[in-house]
Design a protein around this ligand. Structure first.
Ligand code: HGY
Ligand code: MN
Ligand code: MN
Length: 411
């Protein structure tokens, strides 16, 4: 199934794929998914926020659905598995359950969330955040992409009504559990020599946009002492942020995106914008790191005769997955180890609203958000079988009472 979309959103300049949310490539991928869902007789719907739902519910009841699925969008120049593997495995798992003659006691649905990477509008997991109320419709609709197109305009162009986006509590109330299968974005399963893992937690993470303003000028006529160069200020800030993260155990800080204005070879930039991605297991440490990074940005800007502004774009707390659900997965997949991840997911956002869990499938390169990301067919098959086993257990008549129990108490 994944080879069918191997050309969609291919990015010859960067390598890999560039499949931004609500884009043409995204639309082509949704059509691929819709085709496969219809071929299986699944009932398709697209919700107010653009999330696709394909229902396999011979049981017909509309309560306590078991949901799986993932996303189809990618980072710029991303790999082919981050997202699509979870969607293809969900379809393959339904095939396996059909072949086993399983008649689920509750609806089983496949969800495909839009703009999980936040590559276009800057906020990660935009579709699941809108559904769960983690972001307000007002703030979301005003988000703009690099071309200045707002989410509202992108939705309209994509056949959705911006006036309808927002929380969907009724839909959330129908979900008894959400299990997302995802390519592992690290080396855990390589080192453990196992094909599939159960996720234990997701690292808290956030994104901040830094804007540095200086004095644009001529590269040849401006003496070095007469410069207020935001590119130099940004370069110093980026290294200071890296050093700060290096000094903090378990911290990660990344600047992967930098946009100089005007960006001419013989031009001293007037403004530089760059984005910081900071992650840490302890949300208080993440907050302290951001505060220290902000202080360094402001002091370095002053030192370079520039001005700077740091603005939060997206923040997700560390997530420990539902204990009841993890117990059910452990009971189903006896050999699967438990691994934490530093990568964010829709399952992490939805953990605040419904019992969620994740399965990881071995990536022999250990590399992700890169064309080198890989899953071997044999491991993909084992992942789909593991997901089918988990769905079969969760959709069994009495399963609902067991899983999510601690979540119920929490609620
Ligand atoms: O950024 C992340 O961790 C995820 O891939 N969206
Ligand atoms: Mn990703
Ligand atoms: Mn992903």
């Amino acid at each position: 199934m994944l080879r069918e979309i191997a050309a969609v959103g291919a990015d010859p300049a960067r390598g890999g794929f560039s499949r931004a949310g609500y884009s043409d490539a995204d639309r082509e991928l949704r059509e691929w998914f819709t085709g496969h869902a219809e071929a299986r007789g699944l009932d398709l719907e697209r919700d107010r926020n653009g999330t696709l739902w394909a229902w396999w519910n011979p049981a017909g009841s509309s309560e306590d659905a078991v949901i799986t699925g993932s996303h189809l969008d990618s980072v710029p120049g991303g790999g082919g598995y981050d997202g699509p593997l979870g969607v293809a495995s969900a379809l393959a798992a339904v095939d396996l359950l059909e072949a086993r003659g399983v008649v689920p006691a509750r609806p089983v649905g496949i969800a495909v969330f839009p703009e999980e990477e936040g590559s276009r509008f800057g906020v990660a997991c935009l579709g699941s955040r809108l559904m769960s109320g983690a972001i307000s419709p007002e703030r979301a609709l005003a988000l703009a992409d690099r071309e200045g197109d707002t989410l509202a305009e992108a939705l309209r162009r994509d056949g959705l009504d911006p006036a309808l986006v927002g929380p969907d509590p009724e839909r959330l109330a129908r979900i008894s559990s959400f299990v997302e299968l995802h390519v592992e974005q690290g080396r855990g399963l390589i080192d453990l020599d196992q094909p599939v893992a159960i996720a234990s937690s997701i690292l808290g993470h956030g994104r901040w946009r830094v804007t540095v303003d200086g004095q644009g000028n001529h590269a040849g006529t401006t003496l070095m002492d007469d410069r207020r160069d935001p590119m130099v200020a940004a370069a110093r800030m980026i290294v200071e942020i890296r050093d700060l993260a290096r000094r903090t155990p378990d911290a990660r800080a990344t600047v992967g995106r930098l946009e100089p204005v005007p960006g001419g070879t013989n031009v001293i930039a007037s403004q530089v914008r760059f984005w910081i991605d900071i992650r840490h297991p302890d949300d208080l440490v993440t907050a302290a790191l951001v505060s220290e990074a902000r202080d360094r940005v402001l002091s370095t800007a002053l030192d370079e005769g520039c001005r700077a502004e740091v603005r939060e774009e997206s923040l997700s707390p560390t997530v420990d997955f539902d204990l009841g659900l993890r117990e059910a997965l452990r009971a189903t997949l006896a050999d699967a180890p438990e691994l934490g991840t530093g990568a964010g997911h829709d399952a992490g956002v939805l953990a605040a609203s419904v019992p969620t869990a994740m399965l990881f499938v071995r990536n022999p390169t250990g590399i992700s958000h890169s064309p080198e990301e890989l899953v071997e067919d044999a491991d993909a098959e084992l992942g789909a079988v593991a997901l089918a086993d988990v769905l079969q257990r969760l959709a069994a008549p009495t399963a609902g009472a067991v899983v999510g129990a601690d979540h119920m108490m929490a609620r």
